[in-house]
Design a protein around this ligand. Structure first.
Ligand SMILES: Cc1cc2nc3c(=O)[nH]c(=O)nc-3n(C[C@H](O)[C@H](O)[C@H](O)COP(=O)(O)OP(=O)(O)OC[C@H]3O[C@@H](n4cnc5c(N)ncnc54)[C@H](O)[C@@H]3O)c2cc1C
Length: 266
């Protein structure tokens, strides 16, 4: 029986996030949220492993209380337990303190054989969390996982295919193992009504700065972050192109020549 953990993140709809031109901060207020789509691929891989080998599948997230809706979405499609790490002191976290906080909370839930992450988040998109979590869990890691071929709990190994620039390679890694999952073979499934109803009633374990054993408050949130972002700004975009249509090729070319001469280009 496997003990599986899936890390999921609730993200703002990145198409709707705007930047405050005064402060340079992202304006997240009022922006609809969704479960990081790539985490649903990781969840699907995990659910398939649970179905094949049996065991528990816990989903964990760090975020504001509303991120519980993401956990319920995961419970509806096969997760058996859910936990959230939440509270003001965790705010302003970079990947260093996020991975620390998640592992400290996960340690309270037991030892995991397999830990799944999405390839990256669609908002932060550093792709750093998987490797940081593997290090902190003292787990081996298979990044860019395309397909899991075998998990052998008794002998303590996993065999999986991972994506390479020029194809795929098959690797064998020891358990515990953290996998970041590619989407090709693990499309997220649609919840059925039974799953949806059960997920609404399911208990969610809440971790705060007050109930995680051995949590070092200097390592969470902003104080625990190794990264300082002085300013966020949109890239300077080149001037949009202009279509010259004067009704005939001759007239359009003449107009173009005039414009180039005006700019001193010819
Ligand atoms: C200085 C600084 C300050 C920041 N302040 C804030 C802030 O105030 N509020 C805020 O929301 N963000 C903040 N962020 C962003 C936040 O640090 C990142 O979103 C977070 O660390 C995860 O990094 P990522 O999004 O690049 O994840 P990636 O490394 O791209 O994600 C890979 C995978 O890790 C897992 N994962 C990622 N994040 C989580 C999570 N939270 N819970 C569970 N699993 C997860 C998922 O499986 C995901 O697919 C800040 C970042 C920096 C650098």
């Amino acid at each position: 029986m496997l003990n599986i953990l899936v890390c999921v993140k609730q993200v703002p709809d990145v198409d709707l996030v705007k930047m405050d031109p005064e402060t340079g901060n992202l304006v997240r207020e009022g922006v609809p949220t969704l479960t990081n789509p790539l985490d649903l691929n990781a969840l699907e891989a995990a659910v398939q492993m649970k179905e094949k080998y049996g065991g528990e599948l816990t989903v964990i997230t760090m975020g504001p209380p509303m991120a519980e809706s993401t956990l319920r979405e995961c419970l509806a499609v096969g997760a058996t337990k859910a936990a959230i790490v939440t509270g003001r002191p965790f705010g302003g976290a970079d990947t260093l303190s996020t991975s620390y906080s998640i592992v400290k909370a996960a340690d309270m839930l037991g030892k995991f054989d397999l830990i799944f992450c999405g390839k990256e988040s669609v908002d932060g998109a550093t792709g750093q969390m998987g490797s940081q979590l593997a290090e902190r869990f003292d787990a081996s890691q298979i990044t860019g996982c395309l397909l899991i071929e075998e998990v052998n709990e008794e002998e303590g190994y996993i065999i999986a295919q991972r994506e390479m620039e020029t194809g795929a390679e098959t690797v064998k890694a020891t358990l515990p193992c953290l996998l970041t999952v590619e989407k090709q073979n693990y499309r997220g499934r649609i919840p059925n009504l039974k799953g949806k109803l059960a997920s609404k009633k399911a208990a969610i374990e809440t971790f705060t700065e007050n109930n995680i054993d051995g949590l070092d408050l200097n390592k969470i949130g902003e104080p625990g972050s190794g990264t300082i972002v002085p300013r966020i700004y949109p890239p300077d975009l080149p001037e949009p192109g202009q279509i010259i249509d004067e009704g005939s090729t001759e007239k359009s070319v003449a107009k173009l020549m005039d414009m180039l001469a005006e700019k001193g280009a010819i």
